[in-house]
Design a protein around this ligand. Structure first.
Ligand code: PHE
Length: 343
């Protein structure tokens, strides 16, 4: 009998020593200690023995049990701590490693120039008002002196959402909204933002672009105020030597209306590819607010006059940075974007 138990012990020791993990050791433990394991089977046999031999046999099984428990316990302890050490080693953090470098992105030329244009007008005391890109037909057209079926609506090919809603074609509707909220109070504002037109995209046309539109209303506001404002704007944006030239034009919301050219900053007005040889570059539309627009939006047109202007953000950015294609502004080509200064 002793030999038999000795063999079981040796056999168990081999299994314990061969086990590579806590899981394998638990398998070994089950083999001996589970309900259907070897210890239970040996214990069960006690009933079949001669009463006189039962005591020795019982002691031998107990002894085996203790032996197995002790050896399994020691092995489990060892394996558990080496598994823990391995896990900790794999999760180790080297706190002395330098952090990953996050590159500061350059500013997008659109925002760079938009902020610059806004800053010029903020410096002249203008307030900023922003509106929604989805606008009512009423504010985008009707209240700006373009009733339904007015031919001037064709000047701005429009994305309609339904009969009443559209993607705004200019930021002038923001001005109509502010006028309606003020009514007969002097006003000096710019509205920067994105606008949309159904255009076929090419290097100078885009179905979406940015505008900054300005509006000043007060008693005694005259065309000379508009001219001085635009002259200052041109000098701030393109340099102190720039001059402006006004050409008669038409917008339904202004009367008289003008298109404004600035003398070419590349050739100083001599003529070069940037100004297509003319020495002048068109930068914005402007005019005196049409009295109809004042009246429709709650102002007394006998008392108040005003001027308005609208400038394209990409257009100014293209001139400032010599960008040849308006599509570059939304293609997200990192090589193009990297050309601009960081914040
Ligand atoms: N809203 C005009 C446009 O988008 C620009 C403009 C504004 C012209 C104000 C005159 C006065 O075309």
């Amino acid at each position: 009998m002793d030999k038999k138990f000795e063999n079981i012990k040796q056999d168990a020791l081999v299994k314990i020593n061969n086990a590579q993990s806590v899981k394998e050791l638990n398998d070994v433990r089950n083999e001996y200690f589970a309900k259907s394991g070897l210890i239970a089977a040996l214990m069960g046999k006690i009933r079949e023995l001669e009463p006189s031999t039962r005591k020795d046999y019982g002691q031998a099984v107990n002894n085996l049990k203790l032996f197995l428990e002790e050896n399994l316990g020691v092995a489990l302890e060892k394996t558990r701590s080496s598994e823990l050490r391995a896990r900790l080693a794999s999760e180790k953090l080297d706190l002395t490693l330098p952090g990953r470098n996050f590159e500061v992105a350059p500013q997008h030329p659109f925002h760079l120039v938009k902020d610059e244009i806004c800053d010029v007008f903020i410096g002249m005391g203008y307030m900023i008002a922003e509106g929604d890109e989805v606008e009512e037909d009423m504010f985008n057209f009707t209240l700006l002196n373009m009733p339904e079926n007015h031919p001037a609506r064709d000047m701005q090919d429009t994305f309609y959402i339904n009969e009443k809603l559209l993607l705004r074609t200019h930021t002038s509707p923001v001005q109509a909204r502010v006028m309606q909220s003020k009514k007969n109070e002097p006003l000096k504002m710019i509205s920067p933002g994105k606008v949309f037109r159904r255009d076929d995209d090419d290097n100078t046309h885009s179905h979406q672009f940015g505008q900054v539109e300005g509006l000043v209303i007060g008693e005694g506001i005259s065309f000379s105020h508009l001219k001085a404002t635009l002259d200052l704007f041109a000098k701030k944006m393109f340099g102190p030597k720039r001059e402006i030239r006004l050409r008669s034009s038409y917008f339904p919301f202004t009367e008289p209306s003008v298109e404004v050219d600035v003398s070419c900053h590349v050739c100083n007005g001599k003529g070069c590819p940037t100004c297509k040889g003319s020495g002048w570059i068109e930068i914005l539309g402007a005019g005196m607010v049409n009295p109809n627009v004042l009246t429709m939006n709650g102002f007394d047109a006998d008392k108040f006059t005003g001027f308005a202007f609208g400038v394209g953000i990409e257009r100014v950015a293209m001139l400032r940075y010599g960008i040849d294609d308006i599509r570059r502004f939304y293609q997200n080509d990192i090589r193009f974007l990297k050309e601009f200064p960081k914040r």
